[in-house]
Design a binder for this molecule. Structure first.
Ligand SMILES: *Cc1c(COP(=O)(O)O)cnc(C)c1O
Length: 350
């Protein structure tokens, strides 16, 4: 198979490797809505095991996973507390509100991606008919690439539990946090009532996430998945890719992290870029005028990056790029990106 053009937009752009496709082709399948797909069941069990939970549910996407979790945790008029920049708050169409009548309350997120104990405390409402019922704390790891240490999550979930809240972890990229912190996935998982893990990000599967939790929780989430139209039939074909990813692609995330640090260091050498790495992501700042033209210019050299975000830093207006490393990018792709940026005519010293 030909290597696709370097694509730094996201770790979702990876294509299944030949070995992963072979595992998919050979998968034993059955009708999963009838509970007869052995490969789906193996994936659900293995994911639950890794995440320190009792049971798992294979779902179409991370969004569907979080939505099934929130609909299971929350009734109409219940409230979930989460970070203002977290995926559940920002990028899931307000699904839990639209479909579940739940209130999603955003809390401030600090520069390390974490929430403050005091903000959570202040947001938990007393039982009073004026207020929504605060029922759930939903955290994330990694947060935009930044690994959240176990101790910090422990402090937050400990507080939530004391107040009678359930805890959900959007662990779309939890395996990146596991590598970065050196703490096992189950250690993180055990702090939460439910944990969602994406198979289609750095783990490199073509689709799917696994939601994990207690047996009764997953039984209830399974009903929601069916209602959301997520009951799939011979989905073992897809689950096989997820199983392959869990077995073969967790450790290799370390390569992505290493590549990200090297890329950030090399970009900083160009003089026109200020970059820093966080797990498999690089955040690179350029002068705003320079930044605006860069994606199109790189596209002409067959390199894809996302559009920059405009940010004000004192007097300076800057463009901030998110570059994401993944298994379809090797060190040659990173070197090419740096070379092209270094000779980009719009580059300005910052
Ligand atoms: C990607 C992502 C999701 C959702 O995944 P999709 O499969 O794109 O729906 C949820 N949470 C976080 C933190 C993510 O990065």
């Amino acid at each position: 198979m030909n290597r696709p053009d370097p694509d730094f937009r996201s770790d979702t752009v990876t294509r299944p490797s030949a070995a992963m496709r072979a595992a998919m082709a050979e998968a034993e399948v059955g009708d999963d809505v009838y509970g007869e797909d052995a490969t789906v069941q193996a994936l659900e069990e293995q994911a639950a095991d890794r995440l320190g939970q009792e049971a798992g549910l294979f779902v179409a996407s991370g969004t569907q996973s979080n939505l099934c979790a929130l609909l299971t945790h929350l009734a109409r008029g219940d409230e979930v507390l989460s970070g203002e920049s977290y995926h559940i708050v920002r990028y899931e169409g307000g699904g839990a509100s639209v479909l579940g009548g739940a209130l999603i309350t955003p809390l401030p997120v600090d520069s390390c991606g974490g929430l403050a104990v005091g903000d959570i405390q202040a947001a938990i409402k007393p039982p009073d008919s004026h207020f929504a019922r605060t029922r759930l704390l939903s955290l994330e790891n990694t947060v935009h690439g930044v690994a959240q240490p176990l101790a910090r999550l422990q402090a937050l979930t400990g507080l939530a539990r004391q107040a009678g809240l359930a805890c959900h972890l959007d662990g779309a990229r939890l395996m990146n946090a596991v590598l970065e912190t050196g703490d096992e996935a189950a250690k993180f998982g055990q702090l939460f009532d439910s944990v969602s893990l994406c198979l289609s990000k750095g783990l490199g599967a073509p689709a799917g996430s696994v939601l994990t939790g207690s047996k009764p929780f997953i039984a209830a989430a399974r009903r929601w998945r069916k209602m959301l139209g997520g009951g799939m039939r011979q989905s073992g074909i897809l689950a096989a890719a997820g199983l392959y990813a869990l077995e073969h692609h967790c450790q290799r995330l370390a390569d992505d992290h290493k590549q990200a640090s090297q890329l950030a260091a090399a970009l900083n050498q160009t003089g026109g870029v200020r970059a820093e790495a966080a797990t498999n992501m690089v955040f690179a700042m350029l002068d705003w005028q320079a930044a605006m033209g860069l994606p199109d210019w790189l596209a002409k050299q067959n390199i894809r990056i996302s559009a920059p975000q405009k940010i004000q830093q004192g007097e300076a207006v800057l463009g901030r790029f998110r570059l994401v490393l993944h298994l379809d990018l090797d060190s040659r792709a990173s070197s090419r990106l740096v070379e092209e940026i270094a000779r980009y005519p719009g580059l300005q010293a910052i």
